[in-house]
Design a protein. Structure first.
Lengths: 222, 222
DNA sequence: CCTACCGATCGGTAGG
DNA sequence: CCTACCGATCGGTAGG
């Protein structure tokens, strides 16, 4: 059902038919991006296998065959969604960490990481990471390896804080296992958290820190 | 794509064609069960939308149209998988709790709950609960409500222990939020835990308790 | 990018 | 339960 030897999606779309003008060229990036955004939303809502390429085309105001001008396959489009999602997450995380003092306490470092993770996961336009979390199975091996490298880099940033907290006796579980449990706990929030509800991202972060390292944030207790 | 008014699956399969003999009648339960077991494995591996009813029929040694003798629709079969998975989980949990002393410490009660949850989730023949966790979206509203009642009963059993631990100061997060985070942490293990690896279910349980309530189990420290 | 199309597959059913 | 089948839909392509 899926090609055994998928061709990797390249940044430059293949040219067929008449060559586009310069103005249209610039627009091509927009059309491609529109497909990625539409696919992210649909893949999240209906799943990869439950979404047709016609659904995606229609959501991006195109005809049924047009997505294949930009992507070699439906699977390549899924990979592009995940790649962009992780690139955004990595950038967001790097920016959050940059605001921390050089020798911040590991508690503060973890709080910053958790808080920014919730923003990426639950904030506006947050379809990309859920798709990555739940449609992993539909990638082929090469694509999985490429996304895996991105998630390893992202999650690796958490380890120094977890190790420091373990050394300080604040985190009782082994850091490597704790990381797996913690990401499970946080990522599961996409299943139950409602942005309009009474739990703010700040409170959510405080509760997570309370659970994992017993940290009682003075700003929110109850 | 899905029927707007799904007919609920009844325990007794509808009779069409020649009435089966008594011996065949007894066998009908086996054939039905074979479909559920095969569907659980396939839905888990390839997803609901990625699995065809022909796949399931073949895995149960039937012809392509035969599943519809036992189930009104593919969706009804999915519902049956989840229903049976939760029934098993509830029974397994009840049995585990029955072994506890009447006034066991909440730490022991939580440890027992976590341990038996891992068994249901990661033990042999553990396709049912992962399907329930990840194919939720493919149920219709009525089916969702029925499964939701089962999970509420199952998860409700955890609250007394969590509340007691919160009162005792062992659990710092609010019990209701802690429950959501904890189930996320545990359930995510289906994505990374390998039964053949070096982490036993006992160690996994100990690490989870260490993370959530700082409990250091004397039987396994590291 | 659109038009027009292909071969494959899918969920489900009639009839026995 | 099997056989034979239907209508719908799907991913993808040729050609411009």
């Amino acid at each position: 059902m899926r090609p055994a030897e998928p061709v990797h999606d390249t940044s430059a779309p293949p040219r067929r038919g008449r060559p586009p003008k310069t103005a249209a060229e610039r627009d091509e990036g927009n059309r491609r991006q529109a497909l990625i955004t539409a696919a992210a939303r649909l893949f999240r809502t209906k799943g990869f296998d439950g979404t047709s390429t016609r659904d995606i085309a229609a959501a991006a105001d195109m005809q049924s065959g047009s997505p294949f001008y930009f992507f070699q396959s439906k699977q390549a489009l899924l990979h592009a969604v995940m790649q962009e999602g992780m690139a955004r997450a990595e950038a967001h995380q790097a920016q959050a960490l940059a605001t921390l003092p050089a020798r911040a306490a590991p508690e503060d470092r973890l709080r910053t990481l958790v808080r920014q993770h919730f923003e990426v996961l639950l904030g506006p336009g947050s379809d990309f990471i859920p798709v990555m979390l739940y449609e992993w199975r539909s990638l082929d091996d090469a694509q999985r390896a490429s996304i895996s490298a991105q998630t390893a880099a992202y999650e690796g940033e958490w380890m120094p804080a977890l190790r420091a907290l373990h050394r300080a006796g604040r985190l009782k579980a082994r850091p490597a296992v704790a990381r797996l449990f913690i990401f499970g706990a946080l990522n599961w929030a996409v299943q139950w958290y409602s942005p309009g509800g009474k739990l703010s991202l700040d409170e959510l972060t405080a509760q997570a820190l309370a659970l994992f390292i017993g940290e009682t944030d003075p700003r929110s207790s109850g």
